[in-house]
Design a protein around this ligand. Structure first.
Ligand code: NAP
Length: 281
């Protein structure tokens, strides 16, 4: 029977630890402040932003909200970021993605001061991760490492296969698993005979963005399976990139959707905000 990795509980533990840390910082006269920037009214983005603000409130982080209309000019957004970069009372800046089509996301991400880049998307943060220097790490992959560590899953020397090579999940995930001493393979849409590669995995991390794509034929007996995907099935229930019912009986451990990777992303955003205090010192 597979162990179900409880992301809800682990993310709660992390937020509780951070809450204590934030309270201690407050006693020393230091307040942690996150600026959250939302452009437009994309419904999913509005939900994400609301959840991020709620998590800030729980942990004791002050959140400043900047909600700009869809038709905001790119220069105006860049000016806001410049102002937030200059503000000493702001430790972290988060620009909710995706941005409206008339804006250049790469340019906007690059405008954020790397010392305040709590999403870990700035090229400097990515570069620091790749050569093992301190810096912010993209929240979802960082959350997956915490899920593994806090579930006592050994990574050293294990074969880890990652399905997906996006900049926000697949690539940073590979770098982090290297840092955790796993032997890492990255796969993508041009990989030939994907099941034969994924079946090699002791730890299989799936970020493919395709509903219930990974079935038991992709998984070795006893593997650990981490499902990053987030979709709605035909009954409007949340599901992942992994066909959970089919795959779970084969695994030693697996993350459910919902309640696996999802809650970890926000917990790690909170973690990055608190770390920003040390990074800015
Ligand atoms: P993405 O940017 O769409 O990347 C998907 C990756 O999967 C690409 O590298 C693509 O390869 C690869 N791929 C697509 N079809 C494939 C196939 N048939 N065989 C092998 N590889 C294939 O997605 P993402 O941003 O990484 O997100 C992945 C999933 O995670 C989505 O469901 C997203 O909603 C979810 N997500 C969840 C969280 C969370 O907090 N839980 C956070 C972020 C993302 P190519 O590069 O060759 O195109």
């Amino acid at each position: 029977m597979a162990t179900i990795i409880d992301g809800k509980k682990i993310s709660q533990d992390i937020k509780d630890e951070l809450k204590e840390k934030v309270a201690a910082l407050k006693e020393q006269g230091t307040e942690v402040t996150l600026a959250v920037v939302l452009v437009g009214e994309d419904p999913a983005s509005c939900v994400y932003v609301r959840n991020k603000k709620k998590a800030c409130e729980y942990v004791g982080i002050r959140s400043l909200s900047f909600e700009l209309p869809e038709e905001t000019k790119e220069e105006e957004l860049l000016q806001l970021i410049a102002d937030l970069n200059a503000r000493e009372d702001v430790n972290g800046i988060l620009v909710q993605l995706p941005l409206p089509k008339h804006m250049d996301e790469d340019k906007v991400i690059k405008a954020i001061d790397p010392k305040k880049d709590v999403d870990g998307f700035h090229p400097q943060s990515v570069g620091a991760l790749s050569i093992g220097l301190p810096g912010f790490v993209s929240c979802t992959p960082a959350g997956i490492v915490q899920l593994l560590k806090r579930s006592d899953i050994e990574t050293r020397g294990k074969k880890c296969v990652i399905v997906g090579r996006s900049n926000i999940v697949g690539k940073p995930m590979a770098l982090l698993m290297l840092r955790e001493d796993a032997t890492v393979t990255i796969t993508h849409s041009k990989t030939v005979d994907l099941p034969s590669v994924t079946r090699e995995a002791d730890i299989l991390i799936v970020a493919i963005g395709k509903k219930q794509f990974i079935t038991s034929e992709y998984v070795k007996d006893g593997a650990v399976v981490i499902d990053v995907g987030m979709h709605r099935d035909e009954n409007n229930k949340l599901c992942g990139d992994v066909d959970y019912e089919d795959v779970a009986p084969k695994c030693s451990a697996i993350t459910p959707v919902p309640g696996g990777v999802g809650p970890m992303t926000i917990a790690m955003l909170m973690y990055n905000c608190v770390s920003a205090i040390d990074i800015n010192r």
